[in-house]
Ligand binder design. Structure first.
Ligand SMILES: *[C@@H]1O[C@H](CO)[C@@H](O)[C@H](O)[C@H]1NC(C)=O
Ligand SMILES: *[C@@H]1O[C@H](CO)[C@@H](O)[C@H](O)[C@H]1NC(C)=O
Ligand SMILES: *[C@@H]1O[C@H](CO)[C@@H](O)[C@H](O)[C@H]1NC(C)=O
Ligand SMILES: *[C@@H]1O[C@H](CO)[C@@H](O)[C@H](O)[C@H]1NC(C)=O
Ligand SMILES: *[C@@H]1O[C@H](CO)[C@@H](O)[C@H](O)[C@H]1NC(C)=O
Ligand SMILES: *[C@@H]1O[C@H](CO)[C@@H](O)[C@H](O)[C@H]1NC(C)=O
Ligand SMILES: *[C@@H]1O[C@H](CO)[C@@H](O)[C@H](O)[C@H]1NC(C)=O
Ligand SMILES: *[C@@H]1O[C@H](CO)[C@@H](O)[C@H](O)[C@H]1NC(C)=O
Ligand SMILES: *[C@@H]1O[C@H](CO)[C@@H](O)[C@H](O)[C@H]1NC(C)=O
Ligand SMILES: *[C@@H]1O[C@H](CO)[C@@H](O)[C@H](O)[C@H]1NC(C)=O
Ligand SMILES: *[C@@H]1O[C@H](CO)[C@@H](O)[C@H](O)[C@H]1NC(C)=O
Ligand SMILES: *[C@@H]1O[C@H](CO)[C@@H](O)[C@H](O)[C@H]1NC(C)=O
Length: 758
């Protein structure tokens, strides 16, 4: 039926229909247009061949070239690439030149850049610079009604610097907006004859800003015109519309050649910022070619996570997307790890909640204190409690109590007040860099140490939180046990097991009580501390670097068992490598020299500091001493020079310097040398240190056993407590250690590095 009707239509109508179709076809490109010329993509409105382009954007693809290259219409200007989103294209411009010898001009080549027949294009003023190269060069650029230029001079190659166009060898200047044709020129009066020996030629070109990198080498010979044989890139602005603005163009939807160019329904019109006319762009949420119907395609934002910053559950919609935290979580889906489970029982979440809670309280604390008003603090407290609950405080408490059998308690402020007699000064047992430590007695008569942060800046409070985080993960007999914390107060407080005998520093260096400390006790303390540190480095799920190993951070309980403490400077090893590097931590005398250079805290930094602790145990001298001569100030420096001069005996504490122990002591000294190696990579690991110390300690026990049997009377020092198992066989101190040979080879390296002054 339809065919019959059609046939019956008057031919005039058919012709009219055909004409309309043809007219529409020029508005958008037919499907069989060539959209590539060689390596260059040719998007509409550009095109090659009839019907494939919008008026003014016709290109010629010269296929006799290898590879084929596109030129703008009938001009000799070659196109490099096109951007429809920015309304820009890049073309090649010629590198103009002139050359001289001492007496004559040898030749020149100047090719005008002329697009005046193409009003849709203009040389971008923002994206290009006129550039001239030479040592006796006055270069000009312009056209009939505009001229500018720059001067470059130099009397020798000296003083010319690469990469800067500052008028010595190279100069640059901006050009005016909206130019379509420009030609260069060189001054003949000021010419290269005077500098021809090192700079025979001058060059001038318009080039994409920051594309050209001036080099001294460009002054010699006539090289630059060879280097850029096919030209240098120049950025062109283009627009559709032929001087009409958006509003005007929209009134003319489809009568070519001036029809409204923004063909896709998801496109927008922008007045061109350079000259009259307009350009089109896909609306937000779409990408592609706005000049073609159906050219703007929805962006799948969810597949471009980092660009659109959606780390939660992402749903792409047409023209947009939604981003939310996955079910069962809440928070900020636009940041990494921004979503927290609302309920969960795994450790990392509890830790996250912990940190979130801590930092919120910290924030509230700081904001509270800055205004110093009692009333405000009262209100703040209420807010905090509310906040604490909101952030899962109650939940957190349950999880802490059940976590890995470690009994971790959230104490109330009241409980801790009661335990410390309202923080009475008589209960103070220590003052550290980070806070005051009180002795306290809990309701169940347990003695505890309560560390209260000094009214702290943000950093200190962060360290406090970190210490809590780290310690709550650790369960080792030689690491101080964290029993709980109190989050309710302005400044968080930590509650530890109490150790009765203070710290190793006091034990070694106290002037009021000088204890006799036998070698085997010292070795045992060293072994225990080393094991604790080795455990931190290797045994826990995330390696922990202590960061501030020193004798005052090794606590001693009733039985003088070592307990490593103070994790305020610690670091969970692999994460945020740079985060802590912003401030130097550690203590004078213990600080890893390599850390000072690299600002990278590693496990080996702890090994260095621990080497100093061993040294303290051997010499009973402080790591760093004021009021002594410069040479004696630093224990490590002292030791290393004594080691070199083979006078280490003189440094050993006379109390332990016994003939029969010197073999063990010497081995320990060798171990210290390894620990103090200035190159962290060459230091042994903490595990190796712990093992070696363990073996040496055992050898010492065996030697003691031996001498005990020989001289049963001469037995005041060795306490049999330390010998847990009877010796199976006699060990040869100097040879039975498989590690001895390793020492030897490493020792050589250590001495070498000492001697090379590293
Ligand atoms: C631009 O407009 C002028 C007059 O308005 C017209 O003569 C010319 O052909 C148009 N050029 C293009 C490329 O559409
Ligand atoms: C293509 O380039 C060659 C070599 O430059 C030239 O001889 C030829 O005329 C060009 N063809 C067209 C169609 O411009
Ligand atoms: C067009 O949209 C793209 C992507 O949104 C954007 O980068 C570009 O700047 C826009 N162009 C103009 C002229 O606004
Ligand atoms: C400079 O070049 C011209 C032309 O090539 C030549 O005649 C003249 O001898 C040259 N002068 C010197 C000093 O080399
Ligand atoms: C080059 O400059 C000098 C002096 O500025 C002038 O005497 C000479 O004629 C110039 N050379 C040429 C080839 O124009
Ligand atoms: C550009 O070409 C046009 C004609 O094609 C001419 O009138 C004009 O002077 C040229 N401009 C320059 C700067 O060479
Ligand atoms: C000039 O240096 C910049 C930055 O180093 C580089 O991106 C550019 O490609 C260099 N230009 C050329 C022509 O090598
Ligand atoms: C400048 O760069 C060239 C190589 O492009 C190099 O040979 C020369 O040593 C550099 N000069 C300076 C001062 O850096
Ligand atoms: C570069 O300049 C020299 C003259 O010094 C000329 O012989 C040569 O053809 C030029 N090369 C190009 C690619 O223009
Ligand atoms: C274009 O420019 C005209 C006047 O110059 C202005 O009224 C109009 O709002 C502009 N349109 C757009 C889309 O920016
Ligand atoms: C996308 O959605 C967000 C809200 O979900 C809205 O704020 C934004 O304006 C939307 N963007 C577009 C282009 O519709
Ligand atoms: C220990 O071993 C070394 C080397 O093997 C040997 O020279 C020395 O006599 C041994 N000493 C004892 C007490 O066995």
């Amino acid at each position: 039926m339809a065919a019959l009707t059609l046939r019956l239509l008057p031919s005039a109508v058919l012709i009219a229909i055909a004409l309309t179709v043809a007219a529409l076809a020029t508005a958008a490109s037919p499907p069989n247009c060539d959209r590539k010329c060689g390596d260059v993509d040719i998007p509409y409105p550009f095109g090659i061949g009839a019907g494939c382009f919008r008026d003014g954007f016709d290109l010629v693809c010269n296929r006799s070239l290898q590879p084929p290259r596109p030129f703008i219409g009938d001009t000799s200007i070659e196109l490099m690439d096109v951007s429809v989103a920015l309304g820009r294209a890049r073309a090649y411009t010629h590198v103009d030149w002139v050359c001289y010898n001492a007496t004559d001009m040898l030749g020149y080549e100047i090719v005008p850049f002329n697009l005046s027949t193409r009003p849709a294009f203009a040389i971008s003023a923002a994206e290009n610079k006129f550039t001239a190269v030479g040592c006796a060069t006055v270069a000009l650029v312009g056209n009939d009604d505009y001229v500018t230029g720059c001067v470059s001079a130099c009397t020798s190659e000296a003083g010319v610097s690469n990469d800067t166009c500052d008028g010595f060898g190279c100069c640059q200047t901006a050009i005016r907006e909206g130019m379509t044709a420009l030609t260069t020129g060189f001054s003949v009066d000021y010419n290269n004859s005077r500098v021809w020996e090192f700079n025979p030629c001058s060059y001038a070109f318009i080039v994409e800003h920051e594309w050209y990198n001036f080099s001294l080498a460009d002054l010699g010979g006539n090289r630059l015109n060879q280097t850029y044989k096919s030209g240098v890139p120049v950025v062109l602005d283009w627009n559709v519309g032929n001087m009409t603005i958006c509003e005007e163009a929209r009134r003319n939807p489809n009568s070519p050649p001036a029809s409204y160019a923004c063909a896709d329904k998801n496109s927008e019109c922008f007045n061109s910022s350079t000259g009259g006319g307009y350009i089109c762009n896909c609306t937000s949420g779409y990408q592609g070619n706005p000049y073609e119907d159906g050219g703007c395609q929805d962006i799948d934002e969810c597949s471009r996570q980092s660009e659109y910053r959606c780390y939660g559950s992402c749903i792409n919609t047409i023209g947009n997307y939604t981003c939310s935290c996955p079910q069962g979580t809440m928070g900020d889906p636009t940041t990494k790890d921004g979503c927290h489970p609302t309920t969960s029982s795994t450790l990392p979440q509890y830790l996250k909640v912990l940190i979130a809670t801590m930092s919120s309280i910290l924030f509230l604390t700081i904001s509270g204190f800055s205004t110093n008003l009692w009333l405000k603090n009262r209100n703040l407290m209420k807010t905090k409690q509310k906040f604490f609950k909101q952030n899962g405080g109650v939940l957190l408490q349950q999880q802490m109590n059940s976590y890995r059998g470690v009994t971790f308690k959230l104490f109330t402020q009241e409980e801790l007040k009661k335990a410390t007699d309202n923080f009475s000064s008589s209960r103070i047992i220590g003052r550290g860099g980070q806070g005051i430590v009180y002795e306290g007695m809990l309701e169940d008569n347990r003695l505890v140490a309560i560390k209260k942060s000094k009214l702290a800046d943000e950093r200190q409070t962060r360290e406090f939180a970190k210490e809590m985080l780290i310690l709550s993960q650790i369960n080792h007999k030689n690491v101080i046990k964290l029993l709980g914390c109190c989050l309710e107060v302005e400044v968080p407080m930590l509650v530890y097991e109490l150790v009765s005998k203070g710290n190793l520093f006091e034990y070694l260096h106290s002037k009021t009580h000088r204890f006799h400390i036998p070698l085997d006790a010292r070795l045992r303390i060293a072994v225990e501390s080393a094991e604790a540190l080795a455990y931190l480095h290797s045994s826990t799920s995330t390696p922990i670097i202590h960061g501030d190993v020193k004798s005052s951070n090794i606590l001693l309980d009733d039985e003088y068992t070592a307990k490593v403490s103070d994790f305020g400077a610690s670091k969970l090893a692999p994460k945020d490598a740079t985060q802590l590097a912003t401030f130097v931590q550690g203590t004078c005398g213990y600080l890893d020299p390599e850390y000072m250079l690299t600002c990278q805290l590693t496990e080996k930094s702890d090994v260095f500091s621990f080497g100093v602790v061993i040294l303290e145990l051997l010499t009973r001298r402080k790591a760093f001493e004021f009021n002594v001569s410069d040479e004696e100030m630093l224990l490590t420096a002292n030791f290393i020079s004594a080691m070199k001069e083979n006078k280490v005996d003189e440094m050993v504490d006379p109390e332990i310097k016994k003939e029969e122990d010197m073999v063990v002591i010497k081995e320990v000294c060798k171990l210290v040398v390894l620990c103090l190696n200035s190159n962290g990579d060459e230091r042994p690991t903490m595990k190796e240190v712990a093992e070696d110390l363990g073996k040496l300690s055992k050898n010492k026990q065996i030697l003691d056993m031996q001498s005990k049997h020989q001289n049963p009377v001469d037995d005041i020092i060795v306490t049999s407590d330390y010998v847990h198992e009877p010796p199976q066989r006699m060990q040869n101190v100097t040879s039975s250690e498989h590690s001895t040979s390793r020492y030897r080879s490493l020792e050589v390296q250590a001495v070498l590095s000492i001697e090379s002054g590293r």
